[in-house]
Design a protein around this ligand. Structure first.
Ligand code: PLP
Length: 386
């Protein structure tokens, strides 16, 4: 049996895959089983931050593989300690909990919020308010956090204690926050799965003022927007927000599974021995890959991400078949006149891999995509949108 047949027979049918088997790649170019080359404008949904089989990343990961690939969290290992230090230095946060995915990084954020709120405001203060159209993961708790009902339907009962409000609706948020039951508000600065929808800055500022006034925690989900994707280390930095907890994953380790929950001073010591854990959390190989990624996210490099994002936007905005462009940096959503799935299929046929998000074409290329490839990809996308 070939890969398609094996997949159909033996893998749970949760993914609607494109009929494409990727076998290798270098940087922003990937090659399928027939030897056809594609420009990768999705980077594994914002995961391969420096592209496929990047040399610096390979060297960092390989060096660690030769030392020790895993140790339990009963012992110390250097890569995760150095990575935590770098993440705290870059954000002003105080401590980090490592896990393996975005959902898990949010689970940790929610546990921290619930424990902190119970200690500070009593056990009845446990609700987490999130936004409608948000996406926070697939575990039963992060599904409950996700503000899209169609994900909930088949999996009741979900974890209780979540409320969803419309983005922009400060009045409802105020009513919720005045109930005395809200532990935290969890937001994405740009809703990724929701269709690359940026938060209105005035709402973000009002939301922060409100949670501060009511002594409620601000949790920011930077799973998709984080680690340089938007041209800053984290997207909340565009908004001038001061989160108590930041959750991230995806691009952090450049292609290895890693989640991180960054804790501000206020909540740094909420979790104590036995409160939380993860066998693979902080795995030294993933941490070595992540350290190499984070060390390259310098101010100069992030300026290049911003410039490339502006270039891509300029090439696409206002062109025939494209009604609007949303997003920041190298996280863009195109509202197209043709159905997004049709555009993505046409792009694939002509050697460019794009994503969708809701009714939009979503572009999340590697942060170091060369400008000539960005221009070539834009040409193909423009042709497909016409
Ligand atoms: N949060 C956001 C904003 C996401 O975009 C995603 C995944 O798309 C998740 C959480 C879940 O991440 P994971 O699939 O790594 O669990």
């Amino acid at each position: 049996m070939n890969t398609f047949e094996l997949d159909a027979k033996y893998i749970a049918g949760t993914y609607r895959r494109f009929p494409l088997e990727i076998v290798s790649g270098k940087g922003s170019l990937v090659t399928d089983a027939q030897g056809k080359e594609y420009i990768d404008m999705g980077s594994g949904i914002a995961v391969t931050s420096f592209g496929v089989a990047d040399d610096v990343w390979i060297n960092a990961v390989e060096a660690q593989l030769h030392r020790v690939q895993h140790m339990s969290n009963l012992y110390y290992t250097a890569p995760c300690a150095h990575l935590a230090q770098r993440l705290c230095e870059k954000t002003g946060m105080s401590k980090v909990f490592f896990s393996n995915s975005g959902a898990e990084s949010n689970e940790c954020a929610i546990k921290v919020a619930r424990k902190w709120a119970a200690e500070h405001h009593g056990p009845g203060c446990s609700t987490i308010v999130t936004l409608k159209n948000s996406f926070h993961g697939r575990t039963l708790t992060t599904l409950a956090a996700t503000g899209q009902e169609h994900y909930h339907e088949l999996f009741q009962p979900l974890t209780p204690g979540f409320a969803h409000i419309d983005a922009g609706d400060l009045d409802t948020l105020r009513t919720q926050c005045e109930s005395g039951t809200v532990a935290a508000v969890l937001i994405e600065c740009i809703q990724g799965e929701g269709g690359v929808v940026p938060l209105d800055p005035a709402f973000a500022t009002g939301l922060e003022a409100l949670v501060r006034e009511k002594d409620i925690l601000l949790l920011i989900d930077e799973v998709q927007t984080g680690n340089g994707r938007t041209g800053k280390m984290y997207a909340y930095m565009h908004y001038g927000l001061h989160p108590d907890v930041v959750s991230t994953a995806k691009g952090l380790a450049g292609g290895l599974p890693m989640g991180a929950t960054l804790l501000s001073e206020k909540v740094a010591n909420v979790l104590s021995f036995g409160d939380h854990g993860s066998t693979f959390g902080g795995n030294p190989v993933a941490a070595a890959g992540a350290l190499s990624v984070v060390n390259r996210l310098t101010d100069d490099f992030l300026s290049e991400v911003t410039e490339k994002g502006c270039l891509l936007r300029q090439l696409l905005e206002g062109q025939p078949g494209i009604s609007s462009v949303s997003g920041l940096g190298l996280m863009l959503g195109l509202k197209t006149e043709k159905p997004a799935s049709e555009v993505v299929s046409a792009c694939m046929e002509h050697g460019v891999l794009c994503l969708t998000a809701k009714d939009k074409v979503r572009l999340l290329p590697a942060l170091n995509i060369p400008t000539d490839l960005l221009r070539k990809a834009a040409e193909v996308i423009l042709e497909a949108c016409k």
